[in-house]
Design a protein around this ligand. Structure first.
Ligand code: ITT
Length: 191
């Protein structure tokens, strides 16, 4: 089994990635390698932030690792909240406040197209590679569902009439930005 550090403090992400990666990998958490502080996400793009997080871990541990950075990109908002998705409404990761702000910003908007994009930076033996996963969809006018996390109650993926928060973990993973990025990651790791 391959051991690899996943640089995240988000337990929801960890569960999703574990489910897609399967049993060929032993995912090691930040806590398990002694990193308890928040890794500063100072980049201006998802690509930069994924890279910053992965490099932070590699520089401190020398272990193979990967990090994901994800953003919700809404067409009518010029791509916002994008790289600022975690801190859209407040300084913290307040999902309820973020969703409330998104609904306010989308009031009266007829173009509700949006996409989730995940970028994963993988570092193995010091060599960095990036993969990404995208899911297209739209922003609902009301929240629905209680599964998942973040903006899931407001995101309706293309071809569906239910939100990510109304889907089972397996259903979301099969079509989601993160599910697709992790499938691509698997392809790179197995090469
Ligand atoms: P780490 O940096 O510790 O991995 P984070 O929660 O800060 O965790 P991101 O910066 O990648 O993660 O994500 C930014 C925000 O985007 C996150 O706080 C959620 O609000 C939202 N988000 C990310 N993935 C999502 C998903 O699959 N479904 C719904 N919202 C998501």
């Amino acid at each position: 089994m391959k051991r690899i550090v996943f640089a995240t403090n988000n337990a929801h992400k960890l569960a999703e990635v574990k489910a897609v990666l399967g049993n060929d990998f032993e995912l090691v958490t930040l806590k398990e390698v002694g990193i308890t502080e928040d890794i500063p996400e100072t980049g201006e793009t998802l690509d930069e932030n994924a890279s910053i997080k992965a490099r932070y871990v590699y520089e401190r541990t020398g272990l193979d690792c990967f990090a994901d950075d994800t953003g919700l990109e809404v067409v009518a908002l010029g791509g916002a909240p994008g790289v600022h998705s975690a801190r859209y409404a407040t300084d913290g990761h307040d999902f309820a406040a973020n969703n409330a702000k998104l609904l306010r910003e989308m009031e009266g908007k007829t173009d509700r197209r949006a996409r989730f994009r995940t970028v994963i930076s993988l570092i193995r033996s010091g060599v960095e590679e990036q993969v990404e996963g995208i899911v297209e969809g739209h922003i609902a006018t009301t929240m629905s569902g209680s599964e998942g996390f973040g903006y899931d109650p407001l995101f309706i993926p293309e071809g569906y009439d239910i939100s990510f928060a109304e889907m089972s973990a397996d259903q979301k993973n099969a079509i989601s930005h993160r599910g697709r990025a992790v499938e691509a990651l698997k392809g790179v790791i197995k090469r």
